[in-house]
Design a binder for this molecule. Structure first.
Ligand code: EPS
Length: 386
């Protein structure tokens, strides 16, 4: 499990904004607000996003932990204001409000609403909606992008693309000339982050249709990382395996329901002889003739690219709501509806880049250690095997 890097976020979706703290990043990492904000802007895009993204123009302020453009080794604090806050001052007042504010009493199937009110003894679902919203992932992208920058300086790149939205699948593999960064650059040019132009059009069409019908769509994306040395993670204890860190990070993203590593569920109907990645020796190093393992064998990185697929369920807020029950009267009614996205799979792939970067950065610090980037690089130069 992630243990070298500590990450905390706070913030309600329509409150003043989000706060984020990341601890464990070595001193001497070059970081700028501009770099983090570029990652935030990638998360805001994507065909199928709702009206909120037209209001926000996510820009963080680095509040502490950085001096003269470099990390200090101290906790790094970020602030991300919500522009929409101006429209919610009364409804999200921190002080007791003198105004009568309507309560939300119709839980949305698929969202945190029902379990949330039961857990915290709330009589207003708004108290659950606010923190369970995927708005929180903006801060995670910001914090995770610091890890992405850290591992990039160590030669590790992370990238992603969307492979499926609802029934529309891009079944092509990633072209071999696209390393992770190039992959992301190309995917970023597509409104659905899909490489196949025909499928892209079909994806846009199906999102448009769902939106018109007041519905929502999920999908699948792929995240990859290359440049990892051998031996991140270990097989000695159940929770030290690299896939445990990765799964913890990826599956924590709102609305995620599944993850595959390498061939994943594709292993089911194959023989061992068909799937295991054979080993060769070329130019003084081991080579593999395939990468079905997705870069992880025995809970450790095997110097091959990490390949992950993950599935996001359709967003539960529907403008054509499902059946629900009023929490006060217990009468059958339709679920609460409010502004929403019809599809946010493209954004989810960007969030996953950040979350995978956190998992990799944590494993790197675990194996090589160092209080500064200089020390970390020296440790890697001395002992890393590729
Ligand atoms: C989100 C902001 C939210 C939603 C979405 C993610 O904005 P609002 O609720 O004001 O429209 O667009 O939230 C959800 C998907 C969810 O399930 O709550 C964002 O910044 O990503």
């Amino acid at each position: 499990m992630v243990n070298r890097i500590k990450l905390l976020t706070s913030g309600e979706s329509h409150g003043k904004g989000s706060l984020g703290i990341i601890e464990g990043i070595p001193a001497g990492l070059k970081i700028t607000e501009k770099y983090i904000n570029a990652e935030l802007s990638r998360r805001q895009k994507g065909y199928g996003r709702g009206a909120r993204m037209k209001i926000e123009n996510d820009k963080i302020e680095i509040y502490n932990g950085v001096r003269f453009g470099k990390t200090l080794g101290s906790p790094i604090g970020l602030i991300l204001p919500n522009k929409d806050w101006g429209n919610w001052v009364e409804r999200m007042s921190i002080e007791k409000s003198s105004k009568q504010i309507d309560k939300i009493t119709l839980p949305r199937p698929g969202h945190a609403d029902l379990a949330g009110i039961q857990k915290y003894d709330f009589d207003d679902i708004r108290n659950v909606i606010e923190r369970s919203s995927a708005r929180e992932t903006a801060m995670r992208v910001a914090l995770g992008s610091i890890c992405k920058k850290m591992i990039k300086e160590l030669g590790i790149e992370v990238g992603s693309r969307v492979t499926q939205i609802n029934k529309i699948k891009d079944e092509n593999s990633i072209p071999t000339n696209l390393n992770p960064e190039k992959l992301s650059k190309v995917a970023d040019l597509s409104p659905v982050r899909c490489l196949d132009k025909t499928k892209e059009k079909e994806m846009i069409k199906i999102i448009e249709k769902a939106k018109k019908q007041g519905d929502s769509l999920g999908g699948v994306f792929e995240v990859i990382a290359n440049g990892l040395p051998y031996g991140l993670g270990n097989y000695n204890q159940w929770n030290n395996k690299l896939q445990v860190k990765i799964t913890e990070c990826i599956m924590s993203i709102n609305a995620f329901k599944g993850i595959e590593i390498g061939l994943g569920f594709g292993y089911t109907d194959k023989l061992g002889s068909q799937v295991h990645d054979e080993i060769g020796w070329k130019d003084n190093k081991y080579v593999r003739f395939s990468n079905n393992a997705g870069g992880i064998e025995g809970g450790m990185s095997n110097a091959q690219p990490i390949i992950i697929k993950s599935v996001m369920k359709p967003i539960p807020t529907l403008t054509k709501p499902l059946r629900s029950v009023d929490i006060n009267t217990k009468k059958d009614l339709l679920a609460h509806k409010e502004r929403t996205d019809s599809c946010s799979v493209p954004s989810a792939s960007i969030i996953a880049e950040s979350m995978l970067s956190i998992a990799i950065a944590d494993s790197i610090l675990e194996k090589f250690g160092g209080d500064s980037m200089q020390q970390l690089k020296k440790h890697i130069d001395c002992t890393a095997k590729y």
